[in-house]
Design a protein around this ligand. Structure first.
Ligand SMILES: *Cc1c(COP(=O)(O)O)cnc(C)c1O
Length: 388
């Protein structure tokens, strides 16, 4: 089965992890600092705080932003549930905003409509790997007591007019789950230029303690003090060593992702059967996902379920990202959300499919995907595809 995403682990990665296993530190040792600086430097941010998952990073960002009971946080409907769940972890209320129909990125117009007196933050999701319109979102937040946070779990390595993801919002959150650009198995990071937000995030990942074991060692003191309620959201040295080793390969992997995407773009744009998402002007896309929408012509001969099933029969495990969060049972039953709240995301959900894209894919793999999709299209009898 060709999966929609897959990690790539080589001998360097294995050696990096083995080295930590033979060292004095398995967790919160030197490898954490090295990974944090490497990621922060890569994205051009001052501080990086490694945590145990992208979800933990979102939760920590909510805490650092001071989000609590009575607050509202705007999130896109088209995202993984964790984006909205992190708001709930802090006792606040997620407010679902709609997305743009051609990019599925958070719509600034919808955000403007959803802002109210209780809005304290906007979490923008760089869907599929391209940055949202942070200029517009930051403008909306400016002059109000609203913090813009980037859920960049899809977009490590992307940029907007040469400005890297990691610098476009006050805080940016990454995930290192195996399907993402680089992996630490489970893992995540918050990056920010803000000293205070960074300090709060560090404290939150370590039980809300006022100092770390390293600071106590330097001070020659055993004393610690819990000043707020935090969690154990630490990332281990074993995982951070893997992350640093992976990061070195990221630029090449991004190039390979872009190459596969441009081949797909070329074939599918001319097919009229499935439609690629629009890429925003002057954006460098990180292509975590390659998402197509079934065209009207496609829907006259098959539905998304049928295309999904046919691809599986060809050994291709496509996927759907995402069922809009407000349509999940938990949100519907607890918050009374449902159909009609975010019509663009809801309509997109019926038509989207994520096709395989990952750096280790061979050209023969992407050709196989194209041929399988076009084989279904051929049934429509209007096959006119250009060679790419
Ligand atoms: C992957 C992902 C997360 C959660 O990351 P984990 O590391 O799996 O916890 C959050 N938001 C988005 C948009 C994601 O894709």
């Amino acid at each position: 089965m060709l999966l929609y995403a897959r990690q790539h682990i080589d001998e360097d990665d294995i050696a990096a992890v083995s080295e930590v296993l033979r060292s004095d530190w398995l967790t919160t040792g030197p490898a954490v600092d090295i990974f944090e600086s490497a990621v922060a430097t890569f994205v051009g941010a001052r501080h990086g705080i490694a945590v145990s998952s992208g979800t933990a990073a979102l939760h920590a960002a909510m805490y650092a932003a001071g989000i609590g009971a009575g607050d509202e946080v705007i999130v896109p409907a088209m995202t993984f549930a964790a984006t909205a769940n992190a708001v709930l972890y802090q006792g606040a209320t997620p407010v679902f905003a709609d997305v743009e129909p051609d990019t599925l990125l958070l719509s600034p117009d919808s955000v403007r409509q959803k802002i109210g007196p209780k809005t304290r933050a906007i979490v923008a999701v760089d869907y599929a790997g391209q940055p949202c319109d942070y200029d517009a979102l930051n403008d909306i937040a400016a002059g109000r007591d609203i913090l813009v946070i980037a859920d960049a779990c899809h977009s490590l390595g992307a940029s907007d007019r040469e400005r890297p993801v990691g610098t476009l919002a006050r805080m940016t959150v990454f995930s290192f789950h195996p399907v993402k650009q680089i992996t630490t198995a489970e893992g995540g990071m918050v990056v920010t230029n803000d000293e205070c937000l960074a300090a709060r995030t560090r404290r939150f990942r370590n039980h809300g303690l006022s100092n770390t074991h390293k600071e106590r060692a330097v001070a020659g003191s055993w004393e610690y003090n819990m000043v707020d309620l935090g969690y154990n959201y630490r990332l281990s040295d074993i995982q951070c060593a893997l992350g640093t080793s992976q990061l070195a390969k990221l630029p090449g992997w991004l190039k390979r992702r872009a190459e596969i995407a441009s081949y797909y773009d070329c074939v599918f744009s001319s097919s009229g059967f499935v439609i690629p998402l629009r890429r925003r002007d002057r954006v460098k896309h990180a292509y975590h996902l390659y998402v197509v929408r079934l065209s009207g012509a496609a829907r006259s001969i098959c539905n998304r379920q049928e295309l999904y099933t046919q691809l599986r029969a060809h050994g291709i495990a496509a996927n759907v990202h995402y069922k809009p969060v407000h349509l999940h049972t938990y949100y519907q039953s607890r918050f009374g959300t449902g159909l009609g709240l975010c019509p663009v995301a809801e309509a997109a959900y019926e038509r989207i499919l994520s096709l395989p894209i990952f750096p280790a894919m061979a050209d023969s793999d992407s050709r196989r995907v194209v041929e399988a999709v076009l084989a279904v299209a051929t049934r429509s009898g209007e096959r006119q595809f250009c060679e790419c």
